[in-house]
Design a protein around this ligand. Structure first.
Ligand code: AGP
Length: 609
């Protein structure tokens, strides 16, 4: 949830670090800073605010010509956003500077210890403790000092470190938080994510758990926790630089909404085999294992969790076994009932959400078979699960997820169909029909995306709403959860997703004249009930927008507005229904002038508990 970057080479490091940090602002942006290796030791420039604020400070102080440095953009966890709490943290001795992404759970204990050794602390962060701890452990050997300090750390960390005694080197260490190494010509890089350095190199690898990297301009040495040198396969990134830019759209979010047909196609295509087969590419979990699974738990956070709630309904029906969706932050502390015949599916766009990573570890510790559905290759959750199914959505920059949500949804549906095929709980004809429906989803989404005017018009009617209710039943309720989160997180309008049948048990008291209610009415078996619920809220003065199936001729007689989704099978319906709701949230936030790609208080990847 913070972004870190480091460079050692021959270019002027200041502009390079600032530009790289701008590409990482989606990971957190309440303060920023850089540490440069200069002829007079380590120089620090840091400030509360955005990279733009940092750039101003740096430009006022003039270029120092340094070619080695580290940088950081922060999403505050310990200590409020402030100058003193921003990174990098330079030890009082001036010997060690650190940038940190993650959370040190025992930092107070370490801080108290260091105070007894004469150290003082200016801020309230765990990261400042790390810089002083490394300083305390340093006696001339940086690798020894970092490893010795690491022995005391509990929690998660991706660290970029420089030592004033070693002006042509940078050091990197990670546990739980992501860190990549970029390989250049007479220059090398570290970064939290690829877009930060894509302009300079396409050759990267991800540090594995507790690996320590030593970078000079001509070499990269990686040591495992035993001190052994390890080699990594270099991954050549194919993304064009535009893929990580806005591509002409005003925001990453609308670009990524529009990319959904392509992202869905790219995700399903490699899994579809001849004759209606589905290729999972599993290496550890066999078809026999999948046949013997007795229950499934899907665990994730936020929108990824909402995918799980939709999938729970479908997989339960297809497989006829218990399927539950649980919030990862609850799952870990709920003593889940798990054994070796339990399949735990962890869904995560970033693959670094710490709640979800810890839930995965809990599931593994209890003997579950684990599959992750992840968008970032070789991310922590991907690496630590027994099997991984990658969504090929490409980089998702907007904090509010859209294309990752949509690709996760189709991928877990394909997985569910494959399991049903193996377990004989779905006829070949039915699975073939469902696969055909999934193949038609990109076209259905494209159809909706071609006609956004109706949704823009409705957004113009309701963007001043103070509170919005999303109602639905069964899968439509699951979709309401995601629709509500989209609106809340980018427009800051309070909204609630409510099981339509539950509204009358209390919360209907909040419905008054002109309250906006968005009724999801695509789940056919309960349409009549939804129409009754619409009448209930209309009777109390609500304005109702209904999302309905193409052939629905009833709901329009009771709702104030309707948005139709194209005719499709039950399996495709969720993927189509969510699109107008994503667009509705986007256009409302646009009309409100919100910072859509970087909503306040949020970060793209939440790597703290
Ligand atoms: C999505 O719009 C939200 N920004 C957030 O809920 C997100 O889905 C959640 O933090 C999980 O992230 P992950 O998919 O990277 O694990």
């Amino acid at each position: 949830m913070c972004g870190i970057v480091g460079y050692v080479g021959e270019k002027k490091v200041t502009p390079l670090l600032l530009e790289a940090l701008e590409k990482l602002e989606y990971r957190g942006y309440d303060s920023a800073g850089i540490a440069l290796m200069t002829d007079n030791g380590i120089g620090i420039k840091k400030t509360r605010g955005r990279i733009a604020d940092l750039r101003k400070i740096v430009e006022e102080s003039g270029e120092c010509g340094s070619t080695v440095g580290i940088g950081h953009t922060r999403w505050a966890t310990h200590g409020e956003p402030s100058d003193v709490n921003s990174h990098p943290h330079l030890s009082k001795s001036g010997r060690v500077a650190v940038v940190h992404n993650g959370i040190i759970e025992n930092y107070m204990e370490l801080r108290d210890f260091l105070i007894t050794r004469g150290y003082e602390f200016a801020g309230e962060t765990d990261s400042e403790v790390v810089s002083e701890l490394i300083d305390y452990c340093y006696s001339g050997d940086p690798v020894y000092a970092v490893r010795k300090a690491e022995l005391q750390l509990k929690g998660s960390y991706a660290l970029g470190i420089i030592f004033s005694d070693f002006p042509d080197q940078i050091f990197a260490l990670r546990k739980d938080s992501p860190l990549i190494v970029g390989i250049g010509e007479r220059e090398n890089f570290i970064a939290s994510d690829i877009p930060a350095i894509l302009k300079y190199t396409r050759d990267v690898f991800r540090l594995d758990e507790r690996e320590l990297a030593v970078l000079t301009r001509r070499s990269v040495t990686v040591l495992n926790s035993f001190g052994e040198r390890v080699d990594h396969v270099i991954e050549h990134i194919e993304w064009d630089s535009g893929a990580a830019e806005k591509g002409g759209y005003p925001h990453f979010m609308i670009k990524e909404i529009m990319e959904q047909p392509d992202a869905i196609s790219k995700t399903i295509a490699p899994r579809l085999a001849e004759g209606g087969g589905i290729e999972l590419g599993f290496k550890s979990i066999s078809d026999e294992d999948l046949k013997n699974i007795e229950s499934i738990k899907i665990t994730a956070c936020g929108s990824a969790y909402h995918v799980g709630v939709v999938a729970k309904h479908l997989l339960k029906k297809w497989l006829n076994i218990p399927v539950e969706a649980e919030l990862a932050s609850e799952f870990r502390y709920d003593d889940p009932i798990i054994n070796e015949r339990t399949l735990v599916i962890v869904i995560s766009q970033s693959g670094e959400t710490l709640d979800s990573l810890y839930a995965l570890r809990e599931a593994k510790a209890k003997g579950a078979r684990t599959v992750s559905i992840v968008n970032v290759v070789a991310s922590s959750i991907a690496n630590e699960s027994e099997e991984v199914l990658y969504t090929w959505a490409g980089p998702e920059i907007s904090v509010a997820t859209t294309k990752a949500y949509s690709t996760q949804l189709v991928l877990i549906e394909l997985f569910g169909i494959r399991m049903a095929q193996l377990r004989g709980t779905m006829s070949p004809e039915r699975s073939a029909a469902l696969i055909e429906s999934i193949k038609g989803i990109p076209e259905g989404v494209s159809h909706i995306l071609k006609d956004v005017q109706t949704i823009q018009y409705m957004a113009s009617l309701y963007f001043n709403s103070q509170s919005v209710f999303f109602l639905g039943r069964n899968i439509d309720f699951a979709l309401s959860l995601e629709a509500s989160l989209k609106l809340k997180e980018i427009s800051y309008i309070h909204s609630e997703a409510y099981a339509a049948g539950e509204l009358k048990h209390g919360t209907i008291s909040l419905i008054e004249d002109d309250t906006l209610v968005i009724a999801l009415c695509t789940y056919r078996p309960l349409l009549e009930k939804m129409i009754s619920n619409i009448k209930e809220v209309k009777a109390r003065g609500a304005k109702v927008i209904a999302i309905i199936n193409e052939d629905d001729i009833q709901t329009g007689t009771v709702a104030d507005h309707i948005i139709r989704i194209p005719e499709c099978d039950e399996i495709a319906t969720p993927s189509l229904t969510i699109v107008p709701l994503q667009l509705f949230a986007y256009y409302i936030a646009s009309l409100k002038g919100c910072d859509i790609d970087k909503p306040r208080n949020l970060a793209k990847s939440v790597t703290v508990e």
